[in-house]
Write a protein that binds this ligand. Structure first.
Ligand SMILES: Nc1ncnc2c1ncn2[C@@H]1O[C@H](COP(=O)(O)OP(=O)(O)OP(=O)(O)O)[C@@H](O)[C@H]1O
Length: 295
């Protein structure tokens, strides 16, 4: 549904994108991750035809944004940078005004989308009185009004409280599950992205350093938080099962039977207090790649 091909972009001679490539399948929720200045917004801006690449191309459902912007974006709803609403107008008037540029939509369509983003009780209040979360929901309503097949969202959960983030996550998952929506969004919130995305790309200084799904985050070793008394037994267990001890965790070959390790500890006179498998999070992976790149 989305193709990003060989994107290069310099601003005032300084490279912001150095050949970024990825693609997003229909119905996927895809996260674009990276530190400040990594090139996330530039990539999104190019996908939306708002920034011209020096090299490369972006396509939406096979149509080139650079060659045929209007047609390519016909299927897209977006939140890019802070949406510019008029504070002295109501949410409803803002939606009407914004959609009037693209031919307008019916009152019924506005009512339906307003109800979906749960703004119906405040939609006739001035936007100046809205909380940040309400503004984001209004932005989402504006993005959904053209009935898009693809949503492109720039830092959509930025500044939201935990409840707002959860609301947003459930909303996006529902759009994917019940309407087959394809969603690409930029974020710094790694844990959030991990819970929501089918796949992610991590950008570092304008380069893609990782692309994959949660399955790719799986360890090729079994890492156990293994609390045993006396703690000195940990080293014995590591030797016994052909592994090692790293940061107080027992690191063993992937196929090791955990029950056997526990039995062995008890057999050696140990008291096992806690055994838990430690999984690598997206954050660990992200930091790992950051270190590789900055080294
Ligand atoms: N219009 C512009 N003019 C000059 N430099 C720019 C412009 N837009 C982006 N840049 C630079 O390009 C690089 C990539 O910026 P970009 O906004 O794409 O990063 P980002 O990953 O979205 O960062 P953030 O998370 O801070 O929004 C940065 O060094 C930024 O300063």
């Amino acid at each position: 549904m989305l193709e990003v091909i060989g994107l290069k972009k310099k601003f005032a001679g300084k490279p912001a994108l150095k050949g970024v490539e990825f693609s997003v399948a229909k119905g996927e929720i895809f996260g674009l991750l990276g530190h400040n200045g990594a090139g996330k917004s530039t990539t999104l801006g190019i996908l939306l035809g708002m920034v011209a690449p020096d090299e490369g191309e972006t396509r939406i459902d096979g149509i080139s944004v650079q060659k045929n912007r209007a047609e390519a974006l016909a299927k897209v709803g977006a939140i890019f940078e802070s949406p510019g609403f008029y504070d002295y107008l109501s949410g409803y008037a803002n939606l009407k005004l914004l959609t009037s540029y693209s031919g307008g939509v019916t009152k019924a369509a506005i009512d339906e989308v307003v109800e979906r983003v749960e703004l119906d009780d405040r939609i006739h209040s001035k936007v100046g009185t809205y909380s940040h979360g309400m503004r984001q929901r209004l932005a989402l309503a504006q993005a959904l009004l053209p009935e898009p097949e693809v949503l492109l969202l720039d830092e959509p959960t930025d500044g939201l409280d935990p409840e707002g983030i959860k609301w947003f996550r459930d909303f996006i998952l529902d759009l994917r599950d019940n309407r087959g929506m394809t969603v690409l969004f930029n974020s710094h919130l790694l844990a959030e992205v991990e819970q929501m995305c089918d796949r992610v790309v991590i950008l570092q200084e304008g380069r893609k350093v990782f692309q994959g799904g949660s399955a790719d985050l799986e360890e090729d070793q079994l890492v156990l938080k293994f609390e045993v008394d006396p703690p000195s037994l940990l080293q014995n267990l590591a030797v016994e099962f052909g592994g090692g001890v790293k940061k107080n965790n027992l690191v063993l070959p992937k196929t090791t039977d955990i029950a056997l390790v526990v039995a062995k500890a008890v057999q050696n006179g140990g008291q096992v207090r806690e055994v838990r498998q430690v999984k690598r999070s997206l954050e660990d992976l992200y930091l790992e790649f950051s270190r590789k790149v900055t080294r």
